[in-house]
Design a protein around this ligand. Structure first.
Ligand code: CA
Length: 526
């Protein structure tokens, strides 16, 4: 009798546990760095014919591809802070690359832990403070290195001194650490793993095994690579009065930006004529970039194979995204930071067959403040009140999102830093975009200071540049070639969007009350 009750007790507790665990899926959040939608086959852009991402394409075919996911600040550190806090940049305090996210504000892993999840952060972190809110971490210091990278883990020494050197190529090493953690983890709990690749961030160092990949292939070029400054594109904020700033604003593929362009970085002969120089610089840029992408995609295949072999594939929510997009020569721009589509848009693919129908596509207007609330909802937890984003879990089952946003807010702060983009903010709706370049540094005292001296180039003075509005009708002009701000046909629409922009800046605490020099420019130009 005694024996029977013990068995009963044991089996009951097992049943209770297994129901509990089955209800809560594992969550595998994979994020690469600067991997843009143009370079994901599933998005069907000009590079899709090169088949750059077969593993990701399969993931999308078995899950859901999201077509309108945007970041709220298109640069590494702020985007990561937004994802971890569910908050816009001014609320989480990380507006630029110098931002720090201390453990007490690492809300996402904290809430996952409270929900009973085992939490881990592996790969590129880039938020300066210790990722102490995770049960386990093993992260690159700062940007990290492509080859034989150091990692910082928990250990005897205080953060960030516990450095361990790993041999090999960074995408392989991050995957190895991830697989090792999965194998050794406490299997009595569901897991929440953030696996963050460094690739394909600049300067695009690929593993030697990809040296011949695309070697003899002509990489398709964007239609708008050669025609910057095109009539109709941009504004005095991006081109200056009478195009006087086209050589100063926005680093380039071509010779246009004389100090920082990829022809210089990739040693293209300066004696070539403009068209040939641009062509060669672009081909080199894209080949290096796509070789890094290939390294990520092949490693994802290894990771997904492990999940399959271990019976984890269908009870794991798999998310693939990147911290933002990237300009791959569109408008002759490189890097991100811009509110233009290629930079602001994030790839976002989810697979979870228990909820998501294979091969589906979503077009809700989602941004990176929504990721944490959504993942928490799938974990059976509620997003804490301080998170500003909202869960879009209903969309996974193909349901409409109730009272959802009709415009998403954006802001880039780092006026004329590194890639010479003027500071700006704006909103994007389903089919249009309004941008205001206020073109001022966050800290007025920066005016007159010098920017970081770039390779082979002089420093520039940080100073206010012309402010201007841009409006693009994405339904007729998806490449954003024609700034229609001055077109009277759009006046009513623009006035509507300005009202929505103002409303969101207030509601999201994104105003400039604490930056009077910026507020002045806004007031003068509204
Ligand atoms: Ca990035």
């Amino acid at each position: 009798m005694k024996k029977l009750s013990l068995i009963l007790f044991a089996s009951c507790s097992m049943i209770v546990f297994s129901i509990d665990a089955a209800d809560r899926p594992n969550i595998l959040y994979i994020m690469s760095d600067d991997h843009t939608t143009q370079a994901v086959g599933a998005y069907g852009g000009r590079l899709a014919k090169l088949n750059p991402t077969p593993t990701l394409d399969k993931l999308a075919a078995e899950g859901m591809r999201f077509d309108r996911v945007f970041c709220t600040n298109s640069i590494c550190t702020p985007s990561r802070a937004t994802i971890l806090t569910g908050q816009y940049s001014q609320t989480n305090g990380v507006t630029d690359l110098n931002g720090v996210l201390p453990p007490e504000r690492q809300y996402l892993p904290q809430e996952m832990k409270k929900a009973g999840y085992l939490t881990a952060m592996i790969g590129k972190w880039h938020l300066e403070a210790e990722p102490a809110s995770f049960d386990y971490y093993n992260v690159l210091p700062g940007q990290g290195k492509y080859f034989d990278p150091d990692f910082i883990a928990r250990g005897d020494k205080d953060w960030p001194k516990n450095v361990v050197k790993h041999e090999g190529y960074v995408s392989d090493v991050i995957t190895d650490i991830g697989l090792d953690w999965l194998e050794k983890r406490d299997k009595t709990k569901p897991f929440f793993l953030m696996l963050h690749h460094k690739a394909p961030h600049d300067m695009f160092e690929f593993a030697p095994r990809y040296a011949d990949y695309l070697k003899d292939t002509e990489i398709p070029e964007p239609d708008n690579l050669y025609d910057q400054p095109a009539a109709g594109f941009g504004s005095v904020a991006t081109r200056g009065e009478n195009d006087s700033l086209v050589h100063r604003i926005g680093t380039s593929v071509s010779k246009r930006h004389p100090v920082r362009n990829y022809g210089i970085d990739f040693n293209i002969s300066p004696g070539l004529d403009d068209h040939e120089y641009t062509h060669q610089a672009y081909q080199e840029y894209l080949k290096r970039y796509l070789r890094c992408v290939k390294g990520v995609d092949d490693n994802l295949a290894r990771l997904f194979d492990y999940l399959k072999k271990n019976g984890l594939l269908d009870n794991t929510v798999i998310i693939y995204t990147s911290d933002q997009g990237m300009m791959l020569g569109e408008h002759d721009y490189i890097d991100k930071r811009w509110m233009y589509e290629e930079s602001m848009r994030m790839p976002f693919i989810m697979r979870y067959p228990k909820l998501i129908k294979a091969g589906t596509v979503n077009s809700d207007l989602i941004n990176n403040t929504d990721f944490a609330p959504t993942m928490l909802k799938l974990a059976g937890a509620k997003a804490p009140a301080q998170m500003q984003g909202r869960s879009f879990d209903a969309a996974l089952a193909g349901q409409p999102l109730a009272h959802w946003r009709t415009a998403t807010y954006y802001r880039y702060w780092m006026h004329l830093m590194h890639h010479d983009n003027p500071a700006h903010f704006g909103i994007r709706t389903a089919d249009s975009k309004l941008i205001f370049y206020y073109s001022q540094a966050e800290d007025e005292a920066s005016n007159g200071k010098l920017t970081m001296p770039w390779k082979k180039g002089a420093s520039y003075k940080i100073e206010p540049t012309p402010s201007a509005w841009e409006f693009y009708d994405l339904s007729t002009d998806p490449q954003e070639m024609h700034n229609q701000y001055a077109n009277p046909e759009y006046a009513a629409k623009i006035s509507e969007l300005k009202a929505e922009l103002k409303r969101q800046r207030e509601e999201l605490h994104e105003g400039d009350e604490s930056h009077p020099h910026i507020q002045k420019v806004i007031d003068e130009n509204w």
